[in-house]
Design a protein around this ligand. Structure first.
Ligand SMILES: [Zn+2]
Length: 134
């Protein structure tokens, strides 16, 4: 379960709408208690994708690292990453899956005609299969 505080949510929606028709991206900071995640702050980051940004985003590793540092400095955890899908549903695309990591939650915001429409959150589940002992 992921809960996003109103202030953080406003930041995410505003960033997604302002970046339209390009994809936006950013990080969500807050606290994690086991399966429950509480996002208290969102920080917009620059989409560093070199090609057409209408359907792709890329986070610079150094931006992500800096965000991790800022989070720790404020006693927060980096909960996950958000990005937008301009004129597209808030599904988790194959590219999104390829670029994801299991320790982050992902929120996708759908922006239709420049206005926020709906969002979905994804937590990548990694199944560890263990060989039965003898
Ligand atoms: Zn996506």
């Amino acid at each position: 379960m992921i809960e996003i505080a109103a202030k953080a949510w406003q930041t995410m929606v505003l960033h997604a709408e302002r970046t339209y028709p390009s994809e936006c991206c950013g990080v969500m900071l807050g606290h994690a208690q086991g399966e429950n995640k509480f996002v208290t702050e969102a920080t917009p980051l620059e989409n560093a994708y070199a090609g057409a940004q209408g359907s792709r985003y890329e986070l610079r590793p150094e931006d992500l690292l800096a965000a991790e540092g800022t989070a720790r400095l404020h006693g927060l955890d980096l909960i996950g990453i958000f990005h937008s899908h301009p004129d597209c549903d808030a599904y988790f695309s194959e590219t999104d899956l390829k670029n994801s990591c299991p320790w982050y939650s992902f929120v996708v915001l759908s922006v239709q005609n420049g206005t926020f429409d709906h969002a979905n959150s994804f937590l990548i589940q990694i199944r560890r299969w263990r060989r039965a002992r003898n």
